[in-house]
Design a protein around this ligand. Structure first.
Ligand code: ATP
Length: 297
């Protein structure tokens, strides 16, 4: 079995006195398109930068494809990282970027690069500094894919894209995944960006992982229960309450459980990925807003 693409234990990263990532435990298997989702400032870029070896952890350990991030030049060649601002060289043309990619990457796939550039309609003679944000994102994605990595890390890749370009981007990504068999880890603050593409999600809120797992499994084990008003503490112990809301006579819970919900008082319905992620996001935001009392000994 191949090593997990990302494994973290007690991983944390602090900027000065502020934690950007805390107590992060993850074990993400290979072969998935993983969506890292969370609100602005949740710590997504921090986690991806640590995974890419661009930022050292403050606490804990992390491994990528079974080794420390950026452990060696050979290991660096197995990971491609497209940062949030889709870095390109303003004075180099699209074609020059491809030449540079070929010189710097031993596994460079020139045919895939040329094909993608043509398909997304980029003029090879155009300077990167003259491209739109979306076109630059397409160029950066092409460079990442043509490197033929085992893991492609993309930080908010569709932030600058219009809806059509966004759809084409995801299609291109899925084709590359199918053709090249790589794992992908990509972030967004919008679930809708990831819904069509990802089969594994990690929800990060206020520097903490709220939930992580295969989308299919998460959807099968989360339910919305609606019925007469009830205190969440009175639900069976196998039903973990993710979110709760109450009106005068009615309660609605989002619960996680592997057992069937047998209580006839509840109307039980499923959740789509957006509902599920938003439930964890609101729970995480609520916990973050709760004042924490520090006990000094
Ligand atoms: P966004 O969706 O807005 O890109 P994010 O989830 O990627 O946000 P991060 O960029 O990882 O979040 O930031 C997490 C926290 O760390 C934020 O509170 C941010 O202000 C802080 N932070 C990030 N980079 C730095 C830095 N270089 N110096 C100080 N604080 C930082």
């Amino acid at each position: 079995m191949s090593a997990p693409v990302l494994r973290a234990e007690g991983l944390g990263r602090r900027y000065g006195r502020r934690w950007a990532l805390r107590d992060c435990d993850l074990d993400v298997p290979a072969g998935h398109v993983v969506g890292l989702v969370g609100p602005n400032g949740a710590g997504k870029t921090t986690l991806l930068s640590v995974a890419a070896g661009q930022l050292a952890p403050t606490t804990g350990t992390v491994s990528v494809l079974g080794r420390a991030p950026a452990a060696s030049p050979a290991h660096l060649g197995r990971v491609a990282f497209v940062a949030q601002d889709t870095p390109t060289y303003a004075s180099l043309t699209v074609a020059e970027h491809l030449t540079l990619g070929a010189r710097l990457n031993p596994r460079w796939d020139a045919a895939t690069a040329a094909d993608r550039i043509a398909r997304v309609g980029l003029d090879p003679s155009a300077k990167a500094g003259r491209l739109s944000g979306g076109q630059r994102a397409q160029l950066a994605l092409t460079l990442g894919i043509a490197k033929r990595p085992d893991l492609l890390i993309l930080d908010e890749p569709v932030a600058a894209l219009d809806p059509l370009a966004c759809r084409e981007f995801h299609q291109g990504l899925m084709e590359a995944v199918a053709d090249l068999g790589m794992s992908v880890l990509l972030s967004s603050h919008l679930v809708s960006d990831l819904e069509r593409t990802c089969d594994y999600v990690v929800v990060l809120v206020d520097s903490r992982v709220q939930v992580a797992g295969e989308v299919e499994d998460l959807l099968a084990t989360h339910h919305r229960l609606t019925g007469p008003r009830r205190d969440g503490a009175r639900l069976p112990s196998d039903q973990h309450v993710v979110a709760a809301s109450h009106t005068g006579r009615q309660s609605t819970f989002v619960v996680r459980t592997r057992e069937p919900v047998l209580d006839p008082a509840w109307r039980v319905s499923g959740l789509d990925l957006e509902d599920l992620v938003l439930s964890y996001m609101s729970a995480g935001a609520r916990d973050a807003a709760r004042p924490v009392l520090e006990v000094r000994r």
